[in-house]
Design a protein around this ligand. Structure first.
Ligand code: SF4
Ligand code: SF4
Length: 107
């Protein structure tokens, strides 16, 4: 099992989640975060920290977000570890209202 970051995080990247992770499992891309499934210990403490409810246990990922399970695994070895909260992207509050934004993901 692992926890997974889904579409809501794209272009928001509030990073509230990273401060609480006891094993530094978050990886940072240009406009999205992922969780490294090899490091995540399934503690769930990051879930309530996310203001846009982007984080799910893999077994609870909604049907229309299932591809993000593989995407977290694929991108986590390529991106750097992020361990501290930093400023959200400048237009994060606007993008937080957008539901469909896969096409915006930068790798
Ligand atoms: S708190 Fe949510 S939106 Fe912010 S970086 Fe973490 S998963 Fe993404
Ligand atoms: S579930 Fe726990 S270990 Fe996994 S990413 Fe969230 S805070 Fe880190």
């Amino acid at each position: 099992m692992t926890f997974v970051v889904t579409e809501s995080c794209i272009r928001c990247k509030y990073t509230d989640c990273v401060d609480v992770c006891p094993v530094d499992a978050f990886r940072e891309g240009p406009n999205f975060l992922v969780i490294d499934p090899d490091d995540c210990i399934d503690c769930a403490v990051c879930v309530p920290e996310c203001p846009v409810n982007a984080i799910y246990a893999d077994e609870d990922v909604p049907a229309n977000q299932q591809d993000f399970i593989a995407l977290n695994a694929e991108l986590s070895p390529k991106w750097k570890t992020i361990t501290r909260t930093k400023a959200a992207l400048p237009d994060a509050d606007e993008w937080a209202k957008v539901v469909v934004k896969r096409a915006e993901l930068k790798r």
